[in-house]
Design a protein around this ligand. Structure first.
Ligand SMILES: [Zn+2]
Length: 281
């Protein structure tokens, strides 16, 4: 119990220690366990009071399965553990805006990302990497925000929403409301001052995009990277030629870490691995 408070004070964490103590004195031991269950690096996360409340609620429900990991200077990787697979969402805390990349399985996932931004008044911009349900079901939480995707993504979400919801509804986490991307692009969109580049990279699907954080040299390639090292080439729902072109394009980008939709954090050697197993035909 004492370690948590000492940690919080020593690490200069912005959590309001007074409220924390006042409200949770009786349960600090459990919170201590919670911290370790979540594998949280307290020194690098900027946790708000309400974030702790939400985490406590999850803990009380026995629903401890979301992990948060700080990536370099401004990235946060959210990983939802599910039975037999993981789902990644990513947050870039920019100087002018915050960028939430994919919204997960519903309002619960989206709100967990939002709670990390509690009290931060910067604009939130949402990015959908592609139309698949596990990446967009939390869009409803962001209906008053900018949601950016490839133009095809908007069409595909609108056409396939009901079918995807029917087929995979058991994975829903909280409310799922169809909210379509309201800003679309074709080839590339560049937030110049933030050094965040959105690039059209078809392969896994025809609408797939990738995000390059040029400042941190992190590529968020979403499902263009397979779910495991053994299956590093993902399911390809469009012509294999597109995928090969996308991997060649990745080779030209300056990054050293690669975040995907379901795999662990990888480095740029993943490209050589893909090239070595990608058939030539
Ligand atoms: Zn997918």
């Amino acid at each position: 119990m004492v370690n948590v408070l000492v940690d919080l004070i020593l690490t200069g964490n912005s959590i309001n220690v007074f409220y924390f103590t006042q409200n949770y004195l009786g349960i600090l031991l459990e919170v201590n366990l919670l911290v370790y269950s979540y594998n949280i690096d307290l020194t690098s996360l900027n946790l708000s009071y309400s974030w702790w409340c939400m985490m406590w609620n999850h803990y009380a429900k026995g629903d401890i399965n979301m992990h948060v990991k700080k990536i370099k200077s401004r990235g946060y990787l959210f990983t939802q553990n599910l039975e037999g697979w993981d789902l990644n969402m990513y947050l870039i805390k920019g100087e002018r805006c915050h960028y939430i990349i994919d919204t997960g399985l519903g309002a619960s996932n989206a709100k967990e990302i939002l709670s990390l931004l509690e009290g931060d008044l910067k604009e939130i911009i949402v990015i959908n990497t592609h139309y698949h349900w596990d990446h967009i079901w939390g869009n409803g939480v962001f209906k008053n925000h900018k949601i950016i995707a490839h133009s095809t993504c908007r069409d595909l979400i609108s056409r396939k929403w009901s079918e995807m919801l029917e087929k995979s509804r058991d994975y829903k986490m909280g409310d799922c409301e169809m909210v379509l991307p309201n800003i679309v692009f074709e080839k590339e969109l560049y937030f110049v001052e933030e050094q965040i580049r959105l690039i059209y990279t078809p392969g896994h699907t025809i609408d797939s995009i990738s995000i390059l954080d040029e400042r941190d040299k992190v590529l968020i390639a979403s499902d263009n990277i397979g779910d495991t090292i053994d299956e590093i080439i993902p399911n390809l729902y469009c012509d294999k030629g597109y995928y090969r072109e996308t991997i060649n394009l990745y080779e030209k980008l300056d990054f050293d870490l690669c975040i995907s939709g379901h795999n662990e954090v990888l480095d740029r050697n993943v490209l050589s691995l893909i090239q070595s197993v990608l058939p030539n035909d």
